[in-house]
Design a protein around this ligand. Structure first.
Ligand code: SF4
Length: 325
C-alpha cells in the first residue's frame, strides 16, 4: 500500500510521542511549514484544473521548494549504504519520492538534524503483485520469495537510527497464502523486542479481505494500523488495482479496530484525481462509520508519464476551508 502524494504520512508524524499522536498536529501546522501558502496561491497564474485538450498541469508554487539533493548529504549516503548492505527496500526510493533528500537528510528547510532523519522501510521486497495506476513500485505476478531474515535486519536498522516513531509499509503479496501477514507480524515483534518504547505504525495491505490476517496484525503489538483507501469510492476502480476495493478496505479498517480497540486506525486519501467535494465528504462519513481514528490528505503527484495525470492542484486554502467535514 504505497501512495504517491506530497507530504507522506510518515513525514508528517514521524517525531510525535505516544501522548501526542492523538493530539497530533493539525492541517494548519503542515501548511504553515511551507511558508505563506496564500501568497503562493495568489502568485499562481496557471490553471488549477485539467481541462479537455490539456496535456498536464504545471506545478504550482506552493508545491515547489528548495530541493535537498540526496547525493550531497552525508546522512543520506550513510542511510543508503546501511539499507543497501542489509538489502532492505524503502518506499522513499521505490516510489521516487521528491522529498527523499529532506527526510533522509534530517529535518526540513534550514534544518539539519541527523537524529530526525527518517526513511520508511518497505517490507516484503521491492516488487508488488498489484498494479495501482498512481504507484511506481515494480510489479510482478510472482515476486522473489520473502527474505526470512528481513524481520531481524529491519529491527536492527531501525533500532540504530535512534528514532521514537517508525512507519513500516509493504508491498501487496497476493502470491503468498497469508498475504505475508505472519512475516509482517514477525517484523513488529522483533522491533518491539529490540526497542519496546518505539512507536510502530504499519501501512498494511488489505490481505484480499482476509480478516484473520487483519486480526493477526492488529494484535501484533503495533501502535497504529494504517490502510489506505487512497481515493473516493467512485474513482477506486480507475485508480487502484481491481483487487483493491473500497468497501473491502473499510471492512479491513473496522476489523482492525474491533480486534484491538487500543489501536489507532488510520487511512489516507489522495486529492487531485478528479474527486468531487461531496465524494470526499461521503468518504469521511464512511470512514467515521468504520471507526477510523486518523485521516490524512495528500496532493496526488504523477510519478511518471505512464501514471494517472494530476487533474487538480488542491490549494492549501481549500484544504483548510474544507477541513470541517
Ligand atoms: S498495492 Fe502495490 S501497486 Fe498498489 S499502491 Fe500498494 S505497492 Fe503500489
Amino acid at each position: 500500500m504505497i501512495s504517491n502524494r506530497l507530504s507522506s504520512p510518515s513525514t508528517l508524524i514521524r517525531c510525535y510521542s505516544s501522548t501526542r499522536i492523538k493530539e497530533g498536529p493539525g492541517l494548519e501546522d503542515f501548511l504553515a511549514a511551507g511558508g505563506n501558502a496564500s501568497d503562493a496561491v495568489k502568485r499562481h497564474e496557471d490553471k488549477l484544473k485539467l481541462e479537455k485538450g490539456d496535456k498536464r498541469l504545471r506545478l504550482p508554487p506552493w508545491l515547489k521548494k528548495e530541493q535537498v539533493f540526496a547525493s550531497e548529504n552525508d546522512n543520506v549516503k550513510r542511510l543508503k549504504k546501511q539499507l543497501g548492505k542489509l538489502k532492505l527496500s524503502t518506499v522513499c526510493q521505490e516510489a521516487r519520492c521528491p522529498n527523499l533528500g529532506e527526510c533522509w537528510g534530517g529535518g526540513g528547510e534550514g534544518v539539519r538534524d541527523e537524529s530526525i532523519a527518517t526513511a520508511t522501510i518497505m517490507l516484503m521486497g521491492d516488487t508488488c503483485t498489484r498494479g495501482c495506476r498512481f504507484c511506481s513500485v515494480k510489479t510482478s505476478r510472482a515476486p522473489p520469495p520473502l527474505d526470512p531474515l528481513e524481520p531481524e535486519k529491519t529491527a536492527e536498522a531501525i533500532a540504530s537510527w535512534g528514532v521514537g516513531y517508525v512507519v513500516l509499509t509493504s508491498v501487496d503479496r497476493d502470491d503468498l497464502p497469508d498475504g505475508g501477514a505472519a512475516h509482517l507480524a514477525r517484523c513488529v515483534h522483533q522491533l518491539k523486542e529490540k526497542k519496546p518504547e518505539l512507536l510502530v505504525e504499519c501501512l498494511l495491505p488489505d490481505f484480499a479481505g482476509n480478516l484473520e490476517n487483519v486480526q493477526l496484525l492488529a494484535r501484533s503489538g503495533l501502535d497504529v494500523y494504517a490502510h489506505n483507501v487512497e481515493t473516493v469510492e467512485g474513482l477506486t476502480k480507475w485508480v487502484r488495482d481491481p483487487r483493491a476495493k473500497y468497501r473491502q478496505s473499510l471492512a479491513v479498517l473496522k476489523h482492525a479496530k474491533s480486534s484491538n480497540p487500543r489501536l489507532l486506525t488510520k487511512t489516507s486519501i489522495m486529492l487531485g484525481l478528479g474527486e468531487t467535494d461531496e465524494e470526499i465528504r461521503q468518504t469521511l462519513r464512511d470512514l467515521r462509520e468504520h471507526e477510523v481514528d486518523v485521516v490524512t490528505f495528500g496532493q496526488y503527484m504523477q510519478p511518471t508519464k505512464r501514471h494517472l495525470l494530476v487533474r487538480e492542484w488542491v490549494t492549501p486554502e481549500k484544504l483548510v476551508g474544507d477541513s470541517n467535514y
